[in-house]
Every structure is written in C-alpha cells, then in structure tokens.
Design a protein around this ligand. Structure first.
Ligand code: GLN
Length: 235
C-alpha cells in the first residue's frame, strides 16, 4: 500500500506534506504507522503542484526511495501552491518499478494517486490504454477518460471505483485526485483521514502528525473538498 497526501487552501510548499510534519511522507516512506499492506514505501515517489505560469500542474516523479533523493528538499521548499498532492509507493507484487508506474498520474489539470491493488483484468476494459502496465496506471487512465468525457473529479473517481470494485471484490481502491481547485478521494479498503485547518484542508492515508484534528473516514465513501466545503458521500 502506498501512502498519499494532498492539501487545498492557502499556498504552501510541498515540504508541508513531506518534510515538515513529524509523520510526513518522508517518514511514512520508511516508517508508516497505519499501513495495512506492505511495510515500507521504497519503490518510488512523486509530487505535483500548480503554478500560475503553467496551464497544467508541475509533476516530479522518481522510481527511487524518497530518502535517497538529496535534491528533493530544496525542490519541495520552493514548490508552493494552493493545491498539492504527493505519494510514496510500495509496488504491488508483479507491478513494474518505473516512473510511469508512479503517482501522481496526470492528465490536463488532474493529478491522481492510488493506494491499493486491483486485478488488471477488472480495469482494462474501463480505459483504452495506460502509460504503464501497473494497475494504478490503468485506474488513472479510466478516471482521466471519464474526465475528458465531461465527468467531474468526484464523479469520475466514484464511477471507476464502483465498477472496478464490482468486478474485483478483493480490490482496494483508495484514490486521491485534485484539479487545482478541488480534491476528491475514495475510501475503499484502506485508511483515509482529513484535517481542517484555519487556512485549508489536509487529506492523507494516515495522519501527518499527532494533532487532534485528524478525522478518520469510514470505508466506501467519496470525499470531496472544494474551498472550505468538505462533503462525504457513500459509494
Ligand atoms: N498497486 C499500486 C502499485 O503497484 C499501488 C500500490 C500500493 O498502494 N502499495 O503501485
């Protein structure tokens, strides 16, 4: 299981998800506290953010353990945005370890991360193709295809998760996505938490620190965050 995290609110650097909190994604890459599947997240990492100079988000992905990238701290310090997403990966057995299998997957303004596993035969007919043979890449392609056809972020996530979950009842389908102005996430088989702060909302597989504001979400729900509006709907 990978670990992912996102922020929507006042502009912040990516270090606020990765390095600054005591249990940020850097710590979660080698010592996650709530991980149910796998022990460490050493098979790559990625992050994405929005800059007014570009129509599409900036994305940085590597297929090495996060702690081995000496260039990351400075980059994450200057990568500031009102909308951030980052993930560390523990590859599912049989999945390739390569940048194209590493979250965030991206299409237009959408960024997406998958925490879980799914039988690829259950998702291959939900999309025309994917950038990697990894199950997560197929899920991302299926979501992006729905977005291109006009679906909203939450709607696209919900449709893909429910369909994939019907075909593979053992699937774990925690998806986390953003578009620069909103976050959507599904809980389907693994943990997800959110935390409202005075200037925004954090969403993460597991709490980034021990502050009391973290709230666990129930299984099989869709979380949507837009402005300071947080909605939770059953899937
Ligand atoms: N199955 C996905 C992959 O291999 C996600 C892995 C995970 O959540 N550990 O990348």
């Amino acid at each position: 299981m990978c670990r992912h995290a996102a922020w929507l609110g006042a502009a912040r650097p990516l270090t606020s998800l990765i390095h600054q909190p005591p249990h940020g994604l850097l710590t979660q890459s080698y010592a996650p506290r709530r991980q149910r599947h796998g022990t460490i997240n050493a098979d790559g990492y990625g992050m994405g953010w929005y800059d007014p100079a570009r129509a599409e988000p900036v994305r940085y992905r590597r297929s090495v353990p996060m702690w081995t990238d000496a260039n990351l701290t400075a980059l994450a310090e200057i990568a500031r945005s009102a909308c951030l997403l980052a993930a560390v990966r523990s590859a599912t057995v049989g999945m390739p370890i390569e940048e194209s299998a590493t979250a965030p997957f991206a299409d237009r303004r959408w960024l997406l991360s998958h925490n879980g596993r799914v039988d690829r035969d259950a998702v291959k007919d939900l999309a025309d193709g994917a950038e990697s043979t990894c199950d997560a890449a197929w899920l991302a392609a299926a979501v992006f295809q729905r977005g291109r056809a006009g679906a909203g972020l939450g709607e696209a996530l919900a449709d893909v998760v429910v369909r994939a979950g019907e075909k593979d009842p053992a699937a774990r389908l925690n998806l986390l996505a953003c578009d620069g102005a909103s976050i959507a996430a599904t809980v389907w088989g693994d943990t997800l938490f959110h935390h409202r702060l005075h200037d925004g909302v954090l969403v993460a597989s597991e709490p980034l620190d021990d502050s009391p504001g973290w709230q666990a979400l129930p299984d099989r729900v869709l979380l949507t965050v837009s402005g300071d509006d947080v909605q939770v709907q059953p899937l």
